[in-house]
Design a protein around this ligand. Sequence first.
Ligand SMILES: [Zn+2]
Length: 90
Amino acid sequence: MAFLVPCPDCGNREAAEFSYGGESNRRPAPGAAAAELARYLFFRRNVAGTQVEWWYHRDGCQRWFLARRDTRSNLIEETYWPEQRAAHRA
Ligand SMILES: [Zn+2]
């Protein structure tokens, strides 16, 4: 499905220019239980709705960023750099 991804650096571009990096999940603290680490590494929430994801602008600025996307409509509500993440957490 073709849709636009607003790269924070380059603006709106076709999704085909990007690589999808998967859901953004909070990394377990050092010393976390093996079950928590396995959940972080191997399980995805796969929500029908809004989630935060990693995207890489492969054919553009070649930078990773975060996007809040509605998985039902593919509409991206916002994009931002990883260092801005704390300001965007709900
Ligand atoms: Zn870009």
